[in-house]
Write a protein that binds this ligand. Structure first.
Ligand SMILES: [Zn+2]
Length: 331
């Protein structure tokens, strides 16, 4: 794989069809990555930022916006990029802040295809994509092969909880990979889940390809949480310091909850749910966690903790469909 430049320049940035950061001169680069056409045969482009140090070192890939409504992840990626301007680096940091273009334009988690045979889809179940698959799978194939995979010794994927619900600063890591667990701890999050991964998830595919990776959940979907964004950027820079890509001091790791199980309490019927717990509360089996009301405002159900645990997520949008998330515990 080599960096392939096209003749096009869009909004003063050059267009690439593939990226190999080893080809680039040291310094700060902004490109448009030509990923795929839409159904009108117009090319679509992802913004890519590359910070390449004068000194050799590891390559890190930071992605965000695979789910199009998870803006705190996007904002953390962008703020990380701004914080790297003018810094002296050993190695290369590549940042792709807005992966799912159609999802972002629709405030949606999903990828939207114009193909009448394709329903909106969760892109983070189809990595590494398929050159002969549907529109979303082809999009991921180009992303993985031409942009992501060739440019990483380790990787960080930024998300938030799904819209309508909230997380603290929460990291997924496969504890079997020592370097992934260390990265998770260096973020200094509120909670870490030992997660073996699921097929098609970007973190799982990175790990399966020998590139240690973590997924960071930066609070809630859609709405800005600046403090969590700041903590995420500090955590990413802590990893860059630890990997000696940056030359700053590594912050001490502050112990947090490290769980191996999550328990989700879901709406048993539709209605309006008011949580009776707040984030990171400790609960015991049988404790009241939420009360549900019907459309008259009459109480219809009380939810209790099925087990001891710590509150990792709860709904913030009151209206709940049957089966939707009310409270999630980590233990
Ligand atoms: Zn997500």
């Amino acid at each position: 794989m080599a960096t392939q430049f096209l003749d096009d320049v869009i909004q003063s940035h050059r267009v690439i069809h593939s990226l190999d950061v080893t080809d680039l001169a040291a310094g700060e680069h902004k490109f448009w990555f030509r990923i795929a056409t839409n159904a009108l045969s117009q090319w679509q482009y992802l913004p890519v930022l590359v910070f390449k140090g004068e000194q050799p070192g590891k390559k890190v890939m930071i992605t965000a916006g695979i789910h199009g409504d998870e803006y705190n992840g996007v904002l953390a990626a962008q703020q990380t990029a701004r914080s790297l301007i003018g810094q002296s680096l050993a190695g290369t940091v590549t940042i792709v802040p807005t992966v799912n273009l159609t999802g972002m334009l629709n405030h949606s988690r999903d990828f939207f295809s114009t193909d009448p045979d394709c329903s909106p889809a969760n892109l983070n179940r189809f990595f590494p994509g398929d050159a002969n698959g549907n529109e979303g799978q082809r999009y991921l194939h180009a992303l993985w092969h031409n942009l992501l995979q060739p440019n990483a010794d380790f990787a960080i994927d930024l998300h938030t909880q799904t819209s309508g619900t909230v997380y603290p600063l929460y990291v997924f890591a496969d504890f079997r990979l020592e370097s992934a667990l260390r990265m998770a701890r260096l973020i200094n999050p509120d909670a870490i889940l030992n997660d073996a991964g699921d097929p098609g998830v970007l973190e799982t595919v990175w790990n399966a390809n020998g590139i240690p990776s973590i997924t960071i959940e930066v609070g809630m979907g859609r709405y800005t949480e600046q403090e969590l964004i700041n903590r995420t950027v500090n955590g990413i820079k802590n990893i860059l310091n630890d990997e000696q890509i940056l030359s700053g001091k590594v912050d001490t790791i502050i112990p947090c909850i490290e769980g191996s199980d999550i328990v989700s309490i879901r709406a048993e019927l539709g209605g309006f749910v008011l949580p009776q717990v707040t984030m990171m509360d400790t609960v015991e089996e049988g404790d009241l966690v939420a009360i549900q009301y019907d459309s008259f405002g009459d109480e219809i159900h009380r939810y209790t903790a099925p087990t001891n645990g710590t509150v990792l997520s709860h709904n913030i949008e009151s209206i709940r469909a049957p089966g939707s998330l009310v409270v999630r515990l980590i233990k």
